[in-house]
Design a protein around this ligand. Structure first.
Ligand SMILES: [Zn+2]
Length: 115
């Protein structure tokens, strides 16, 4: 496995300060975040599910919000960008999780459906 997806529920519209991206508005909804780890993907995901940590990635800032909750995890052998591009959803937050993406995803967080 090299990629993972977090299914995230955001229960109400929130504004989160996402580190280098600044303040972003997240409409309430079900989101899919696609990421990868070169090694130890399971500990990466476990870290995402842990509440107290120093934020490092964009997703850390979002998951620190009490309105955001991971409701499912999926692993995949597909490279993260093709997995992301093959996933349903709408890009509402450009550049999120995609700082080092060179495959034209524009965002690694997609809004699957509004709440
Ligand atoms: Zn990408």
């Amino acid at each position: 496995m090299q990629s993972y997806q977090l299914h995230i529920r955001i229960v109400s519209d929130i504004t989160v300060n996402v580190g280098s991206l600044g303040k972003m508005n997240f409409p309430a909804g079900i989101y899919t975040y696609t990421g990868s780890a070169r090694k130890n993907i399971y500990s990466r995901v476990k870290r995402h599910l842990t509440d107290s940590k120093k934020p490092r990635w964009h997703i850390d800032y979002l998951l620190a919000a009490k309105e955001a909750e991971v409701i499912g995890v999926r692993y995949s052998a597909q490279p993260e960008c093709s997995l992301n591009q093959a996933s349903d959803g709408e890009i509402v937050l450009r550049r999120f999780g995609a700082s080092d993406c060179v495959n034209g995803c524009h965002s690694h967080l997609k809004l699957r459906r509004p709440l």
